[in-house]
Ligand binder design. Sequence first.
Ligand code: NAP
Length: 456
Amino acid sequence: MAYQTINPYTNEVVQTYPNASDADLQAALATGDALYHDWRHQDRQQRASQLQAIADLMRQQKTALATTITTEMGKLIGEAEAEVDLCADIAAYYATHAEALLAPTPITTTAGKAYIIRQAVGVLVMVEPWNFPYYQIMRVFAPNFMLGNPMILKHASSTPACAAAFAKVVAESGAPTGSLTNLFLSYDQVNTAIADPRVAGVALTGSERGGAAVAAEAGANLKKSTMELGGNDAFIILDDADWTQVKAQAVQARLFNAGQVCSASKRFIVMADKYDEFVAFMKAEFERVQAGDPMNRATTLAPLSSASAKQKLQKQVEAAIAAGATRVTGATPIDLPGQFFTPTILTDIAKDNPAYNQEMFGPVAAIYRVDSEAAAIALANDSSYGLGSTVFSADPAHADAVAQQIEAGMTTINRPWITAPELPFGGVKNSGYGRELCDLGLNAFSNEHLILNAQA
Ligand code: NAP
């Protein structure tokens, strides 16, 4: 597989990058391992300053960093800038709070004085996707840098320029060589790295296919892993929802990042009496978006990230319609050379339709009609995924009661998906395991080391 930047708006091949050699990988493992041992003898103060410098550099270089995203995977420039800001916020948050979050925890026991300290474990491999090409790296990098785990990055083969740009910012911050080594690795080299005794774990964000392959390799080598995989998130509108809020948020819940968000709302579940009104509202809004140059701030629909992403989505939508789904709008060609996909709404998706239990990674909304709240909850949970979910209700107690019944790693009430440095991110079922961000993410690859003094 070639690491290549292909602009999905112009289809121009911007740059092709050489793959890493086996010697590059061995050098990165040696440097990372040496750094891990150095860091074991250092406090976190210096790393906190370096991480804050990364946040500052990202803010200073926001325009250039955002332009690299837009050129490489097509994201709207405003959304790309917001991604850079979010990365800077995450870096600044862990620079400020990691020390407190990693403080020892005393344990009350009759066996003596006991406490847990949280220590680094060694070099980590991170395997990341293209859809948020800096944010996905930062979710693993910031907490683990503070913990003291050096990292080797294998980014998506379609976003090598973003990988290189992120690594450059880390180097410019004064962080030591080996803190984050970006390598354009093959799958076999990823496996070699995972099997290496100097590597303590692997964090992957991506598809079930990629996750299953990398998790199997981690399991075979008894290495810890976290898997952040796909989703088919429900957006449940209860009968006491505030419709002004619903209408203000439902469209972006699906169309942000051209629909290429793991935790985007993908299944809208509506009570029968409001169903027709909701479908008509979504249709009008989906037909209003303006496809165009993602660098133009007036554009509201970006191209998909690649020709293969568009082909895959096209096939999924065609299969859904062939299996009986109704096309309310969309799935028609856009007269532009880029990898555009018309925002599409599908209804009447029966349980035996492949679209019923499939992630569609693009601007495609499935809308379901239900007759009761119990049916809404059952439908939301009838999925092999369990990443996020959203519940709309004007009654907080009612919303909480429903939210707690959803089989998902994250449920937001009266707003669609969210990410923030202090909030955990991750799912259950085929959406993966483990959490990134928050103290859960900080501890995903820590040695929770018990110290017990029997005489104290
Ligand atoms: P993907 O094909 O699994 O790729 C993700 C990363 O895994 C890429 O770097 C890819 O490298 C690598 N990879 C894939 N198979 C591998 C293998 N056998 N060995 C080593 N590396 C391997 O995923 P995608 O389809 O591009 O990404 C979109 C998916 O990510 C969606 O399903 C989305 O929902 C999910 N996602 C989840 C989250 C979350 O937090 N839960 C966040 C964002 C996205 P190559 O590019 O070289 O193939």
